[in-house]
Design a protein around this ligand. Structure first.
Ligand SMILES: CC(C)(COP(=O)(O)OP(=O)(O)OC[C@H]1O[C@@H](n2cnc3c(N)ncnc32)[C@H](O)[C@@H]1OP(=O)(O)O)[C@@H](O)C(=O)NCCC(=O)NCCS
Length: 182
């Protein structure tokens, strides 16, 4: 998907974790685990590729793939260091194929850190859904009640992105929706 000549909207989401989380329909559960600091290298290899092609407009805006890699890895590294934050990874054949992040803040609030990403070629198999549920479940078990996105996601003017479909399917409510100012 390319955003060329298409208007981009910023979209904020909220999850109210007092409501029951939906059951995962995927049978891939065994492949999800919490990431360890030693996974940093593997995550670095795939991180930009997992956000592409949807985020190609952002990769261009930030100045190319290597700048995007550094930016995304500074966030991942912080999540790997901090006990109140966690990255979940999906593995297949010894390779990390997707990840999600979660962070606990004060007074029962938390965030989904930079959302969820799955490598192209592994999509539409329920992996994104299990990764998001793992993050929401960890937050819920830690006493978190309200979850937003660490950074807003985006949609195109007349089209929801796969991430928006995923968030809506898993109980997320749109709380803001505004055009991106250039
Ligand atoms: C969003 C993303 C994580 C979904 O991963 P996934 O493993 O394909 O997710 P699932 O298989 O669990 O599918 C979840 C829902 O999204 C939908 N979806 C997945 N890919 C889609 C696509 N290319 N177009 C439209 N819908 C799509 C699925 O159909 C499913 O909805 P359904 O149950 O109603 O059919 C993946 O597309 C991705 O990595 N995107 C780029 C990164 C990104 O934008 N992350 C969010 C940052 S805020």
């Amino acid at each position: 998907m390319s955003s060329k000549n298409r208007k981009v909207r910023n979209i904020g989401f909220l999850w109210h974790l007092e409501e029951a989380l939906p059951e995962s329909r995927s049978k891939n559960k065994g492949t999800i685990r919490a990431a360890l600091p030693r996974d940093r290298g593997l995550l670095r290899k795939i991180i930009v590729e997992a956000y592409l092609p949807e985020w190609s407009w952002w990769v261009r805006k930030i100045g190319g793939k290597e700048k995007a890699r550094d930016d995304l890895m500074s966030y991942v590294s912080e999540f790997l260091r901090d006990r109140k934050k966690r990255i979940f990874v999906a593995e297949e054949g010894g390779k990390i194929i997707g990840f999600s992040g979660a962070a606990k803040y004060n007074r029962g609030t938390g965030t989904i850190g930079y959302g969820v990403a799955v490598l192209p070629g592994f999509g539409k198999r329920g992996i994104g859904s299990i990764l998001l549920l793992a993050a929401l479940d960890w937050l819920k078990k830690s006493g978190v009640r309200f979850v937003t996105l660490e950074e807003e996601t985006f949609g195109f003017a007349n089209q929801d992105t796969p991430a928006m479909v995923l968030y809506k399917n898993l109980g997320g409510k749109v709380i803001s929706d505004q055009p991106v100012t250039k």
